[in-house]
Design a protein around this ligand. Structure first.
Ligand code: SF4
Ligand code: SF4
Length: 135
């Protein structure tokens, strides 16, 4: 009886393997092939530094307080950003900071690779983003 059950299970397993053997794979061989990210994907933030007026609306609206922003007043009385850090160990990619930004200079990009060796490395400055990431 037991041998009969085992052989039935074995044959069923072979049948499932046979069905799926010649089908197209549904997974991507990541990281060789990047996954498709839709246009409104909420990935790592991007900041157009020149357009930021340092109003700190994004910092105030963040429900987990993971934004740290500071600036100084420049010669033309316009504020200049000195610090714009996001702690990605806390950020939950809710998009509220993006919605609160008056000049729309803060957006969420398609990047999602934020793996790090420790929590401190998950704190990122948007001032040092490579220019190609801003496009
Ligand atoms: S996406 Fe949400 S949690 Fe992350 S920084 Fe913006 S407001 Fe804060
Ligand atoms: S809300 Fe926009 S303009 Fe204001 S500090 Fe944040 S990124 Fe800069």
């Amino acid at each position: 009886m037991r041998i009969k059950q085992i052989s039935r299970g074995f044959l069923k397993g072979l049948q499932v393997t046979g069905i799926h053997l010649f089908r197209r794979p549904v997974t991507h061989p990541y990281p060789e092939q990047r996954a498709y990210t839709p246009p409104r994907f909420r990935g790592i933030h991007r900041l157009i530094v020149e357009d930021c007026v340092v109003c700190r609306a994004c910092e105030r609206v963040c429900p987990v307080n993971c934004l740290t922003i500071s600036g100084v007043r420049g010669d033309n009385r316009r504020f200049i950003l000195e610090q714009f850090d996001i702690d990605y160990s806390l950020c939950m990619f809710c998009d509220l900071c993006v919605e609160a930004c008056p000049p729309h200079c803060l957006v969420m990009g398609p990047e999602f690779e934020i793996a790090a060796e420790n929590r401190h490395s998950l704190r990122r400055s948007l001032l040092s983003q490579p220019k190609e990431e801003m496009v």
